[in-house]
Design a protein around this ligand. Structure first.
Ligand code: IMO
Ligand code: MG
Length: 476
């Protein structure tokens, strides 16, 4: 080929390349950039996470912190959660709905990571209506959230019974089996209700499969597929208006300057990956779960607030190194009213466990902690704080990942002086007795984390907000 011909081909390629570059530049500036543009950094998002085995007081904290936020999102779990919020004399217990439903003008979102029994959802909405709380166009449910059907609860009862002594002690609400179907890629999602034919077919396929192992493993027959399908379809008319493309909604609202509060359920030690497996729930309760469970990029989780009690509780089976027994446990249980908000079961009670909290801090990257129910410890001469474990002949500081190892760990305590004075309702740190202040400051020192909130009672005003402790942006 002659040199003129080669030059001509080069010229064409360069021009084509130039044109492509222009098109690409135009595309990235006008189409892509607005989509990936960063959210308004002046409005930070916050993720509230349980730092223990659940029931830490996330409901109260989310309720308190909701006012500056535009949107509150639940991102995992289901109606196994029980978030108690007390406003004046009225007690509200929320299971599936974000606690922000109690606030007017907030957008409430249930993300794809949540599993939903539509009957439980509608009951919760109806119960709230009795208390003058209206849930309507303020609620959005991700089309991709999985549905809990009756066969999930039946399956769970069979499976717990089969485990005998090694049962998990679940809430038996069908949560685990629903996630099993999700990850087995046979789950049914709430968006499938928009196509009843498709929904019925999925139910039939599921029931056909479950009919094969229910009788042999659990000794009962599954019902007819239509029975399971109709129970859910009878809720469809009321549920369908909530179905939303949540990732799109959240992305658009963040582009327009809205801020989000992510409300975790359960606690870090119940996380399916990082908790005391297998004695855990079936979802990712840690902050990372908020990104996948809401459908937002991880970098929009600007701040993470962990919630811990000043002592420790656990419902259901599984290792609990600082568990107490006898009169002290009963005392904490009664004073702290430690009975499950969802199932009414008495919670096991024990002293605060720093290796466990340190583990939660590593998993979540807490910017700050909320210390709940400090008032409940007001009655003790001495308070124990677990700083490590004795395992065989050595002292360990790390929270073991292996359940068999954790079961053999015995707590190593340091003793803190009690304050023996009522602190219920105190609202400033300086007001607290010196022993209570020392208790908090030494926890901060041990954990190398600030306590931004200290709760001294179940009501909103029974709270101490601490300036300069990682949550200043969210309190007025
Ligand atoms: P909130 O959000 C405390 C526990 C159950 C059981 C284990 C697995 O109120 O903190 P599941 O039914 O989830 O499969 O049960 O998890 N559990 C909770 N414990 N608080 C909760 O929620 C819990 N949700 C589940 O007791 O040990
Ligand atoms: Mg609870």
């Amino acid at each position: 080929m002659g040199s003129r011909a080669v030059r001509f081909i080069y010229a064409v390629l360069i021009n084509v390349g130039d044109f492509q570059l222009k098109v690409a530049t135009y595309w990235s500036l006008t189409v892509v950039a607005p989509i990936i543009s960063k959210p308004d950094q002046s409005k930070l998002n916050l993720c509230v996470v349980g730092a223990q085995w659940g029931d830490e007081g996330k409901g109260k904290i989310v309720d308190l912190l909701t006012p500056p936020f535009d949107i509150v999102v639940r991102y995992q779990g289901g109606h196994n959660a029980g978030h108690t919020v007390r406003i004046g004399n009225q007690k509200y217990i929320l299971h599936l709905l974000p606690s922000a439903v109690l606030h007017k003008g907030k957008t409430c979102v249930i993300g794809n990571g949540v599993v939903i029994d539509p009957r439980a959802l509608l009951k919760e909405i109806d119960d709230l209506k009795q208390l003058d709380v209206t849930v309507g166009s303020n609620l959005h449910i991700s089309s991709s959230a999985h549905l809990i059907l009756s066969y999930h609860g039946e399956w769970e009862q069979g499976s717990e019974a089969l485990r005998g002594d090694r049962k998990i002690g679940t809430t038996c609400r069908g949560i685990g089996p629903c996630y099993e179907d999700k990850y087995g890629r046979r789950g049914i999602r709430i968006g499938d209700l928009l196509n009843p034919e498709f929904f019925r077919r999925l139910v039939a396929e599921n029931v056909a499969e479950k009919s094969k192992f229910f009788p042999s493993l659990y000794h009962f027959e599954a019902r007819a597929p239509e029975a399971y399908a109709e129970e859910i379809l009878s809720c469809a008319e009321r549920v369908i208006p909530f179905i939303t493309n949540v990732p799109e909604l959240l992305a658009e609202r963040m582009r327009n300057g809205s801020s989000i509060l992510f409300e975790g359920a359960q606690g870090s030690l119940l996380d399916i990956d990082h908790g005391t497996y297998p004695y855990v729930t079936s979802s990712n309760c840690v902050a990372g779960g908020a990104a996948t469970g809401a459908g937002v990029p991880p970098h929009v989780l600007h701040r993470i607030l962990g919630v811990t009690k000043a002592y420790c509780t656990r419902v259901g089976q599984g290792p609990f190194p600082t568990a107490l027994s006898g009169a002290i446990e009963e005392d904490i249980r009664q004073r702290g009213q430690e009975f499950g908000a969802s199932t009414g079961r008495p919670r096991r009670c024990g002293w605060i466990d720093l290796p466990a909290l340190h583990h939660a801090a590593i998993l979540n990257g807490f910017h700050s902690l909320a210390l709940m129910k400090l008032d409940i410890l007001s009655y003790f001469d001495e308070i124990q704080v677990c700083t490590g474990y004795r395992y065989k002949n050595s002292i360990i500081k790390e929270f073991p990942s292996e359940v068999w190892k954790l079961e053999e760990c015995r707590p190593v305590y340091v003793t803190r002086k009690g304050w023996k004075t009522q602190i219920g309702g105190f609202r400033s740190f300086e007001e607290l007795p010196i022993q209570a202040r020392e208790f908090v400051l030494r926890l901060e020192d041990d954990l190398q984390l600030p306590f931004g909130i200290i709760s001294t009672g179940s009501e909103r005003h029974e709270t101490i907000f601490c300036k300069g402790k990682g949550i200043d942006e969210f309190i007025s």
